[in-house]
Write a protein that binds this ligand. Structure first.
Ligand code: DAT
Ligand code: MG
Length: 141
C-alpha cells in the first residue's frame, strides 16, 4: 500500500461547457480511483503559466493559456495505485481525432481545427509533475 499515487486531473473549459464534468468524474470513479479533492474554478495567467511551464515558448502556448482561461475548469485530485498512468490511459492520446474509442478524448472529443488542441481533460504525466501540479492547484492539500 506504500505506492498509492495522486494525480492532478483537469476537466478543461471545453469539457465543463459541454456538460461533461460529471461524465469525467464518473469514469474516474468507475475505474476505481478515489476522489481526494474536487473544485470548480477559473484559472489565471500566473497559475496557467506555472502549470504549463514546459510549453512556454512553443507556438501553441498563448492559445493554450487563453483557452484554459476561457471558462471554469474542474480541478480534481484522484488517488490510487498507478493512478497517474491509469488516468492517462483513460484520457487517451493528445489529439482527440486519433485517440482510441473507449477513452475520454476518443469517445467525447474531436478536432475543431483551432490553433490549440481542445481535448477535454488534463492528467499529470509523471509523479514529479503530479506533485508539482497538485501543489499549484491545491496548495493546502
Ligand atoms: P497532454 O495534454 O496529452 O499531456 P501536452 O502536455 O503535450 O499533451 O500538451 C498540453 C496541451 O497543449 C494539450 O493537451 C493540447 C495542447 N497542445 C499540445 N500540443 C499541441 C500542438 N502541437 N498544437 C496545438 N495544441 C497543442
Ligand atoms: Mg501534458
Amino acid at each position: 500500500m506504500s505506492d498509492i499515487q495522486r494525480t492532478l486531473i483537469l476537466v478543461k473549459p471545453d469539457g465543463v461547457r459541454r456538460g461533461l464534468a460529471g461524465e469525467v468524474l464518473r469514469r474516474i470513479e468507475a475505474k476505481g480511483y478515489t476522489l481526494a479533492a474536487v473544485e470548480l474554478r477559473t484559472a489565471d495567467d500566473a497559475l496557467l503559466g506555472a502549470h504549463y511551464e514546459e510549453h512556454q515558448g512553443k507556438p501553441f502556448f498563448q492559445p493554450l493559456v487563453d483557452f484554459m482561461k476561457s471558462g471554469p475548469v474542474l480541478a480534481v485530485v484522484a488517488e490510487g495505485h498507478r493512478v497517474i498512468e491509469g488516468f492517462r490511459s483513460l484520457a487517451g492520446s493528445t489529439e482527440p481525432t486519433a485517440a482510441a474509442p473507449g477513452t475520454i478524448r476518443g469517445d467525447l472529443g474531436r478536432d475543431w481545427g483551432l490553433a490549440v488542441v481542445q481535448n477535454l481533460v488534463h492528467g499529470s504525466d509523471s509523479p514529479e509533475s503530479a506533485e508539482r501540479e497538485i501543489g499549484l492547484w491545491f496548495p493546502g492539500l
